[in-house]
Design a protein around this ligand. Structure first.
Ligand code: MN
Length: 176
């Protein structure tokens, strides 16, 4: 009973700290990720919690830090570690403004060349356009995501990015 009580207390504490519904034991701690971010160029934004609710739509591990939701505008910081990246997806009902903060990564619209996401780059994904975004292979990347939030906004998740193509990006020079 004591160990069960202790387990429950630990779980409750984990939920308090991360705000996540699920205890993400296999994710590095926010402090470890913060150290990774600190080693990269760019601005250091909050890491937040393991993005476990959406991990089935990502390759690799990501963290989500909600920064502001006001007047139907959502601003969140997403941290992609160790080459993590989204599956292909479409945002319906809103564009998505990506503001790259730190590290190195990419965004790609369907049928177009990849675009580097390096600190200071602002890229707007048009509403209804299939795309993916994330860290460069083996790297980390933080970006802000700015989107509308209302009844008409939804995200349609599609197939993973072709891994052979993704890994080929490591041969490209990502400038800082
Ligand atoms: Mn997106």
């Amino acid at each position: 009973m004591i160990s069960l009580k202790k387990t429950l207390a630990t779980l409750a504490a984990a939920c308090l700290v991360t705000g996540a519904q699920t205890q993400a034991a296999d994710y590095p701690s926010a402090e470890e990720v913060a150290a990774k971010v600190a080693n990269e160029s760019g601005t250091f934004f909050p890491v937040g919690s393991p993005n476990v609710n959406y991990e089935k739509y990502f390759t690799g591990q990501t963290y989500l830090a909600p920064l502001s939701v006001k007047d139907s505008i959502n601003v969140a910081c997403v941290t992609f570690i160790d080459g993590a990246h989204t599956f292909w997806h479409i945002h319906h009902g809103s564009c998505q403004i990506l503001v790259a903060e730190s590290g190195a990564g990419y965004v790609q619209l369907w049928g177009q060349e990849v675009v580097e996401l390096k600190p200071g780059v602002v890229f707007t994904v048009p509403e209804g356009v299939k795309h993916w975004h994330g860290a460069a292979p083996g790297r980390m990347m933080q970006h802000l995501s700015i989107m509308q939030v209302n009844d008409k906004v939804s995200t349609e998740w599609l197939e993973p990015v072709d891994e052979e193509f993704f890994e080929s990006l490591s041969k490209q020079e990502v400038t800082q």
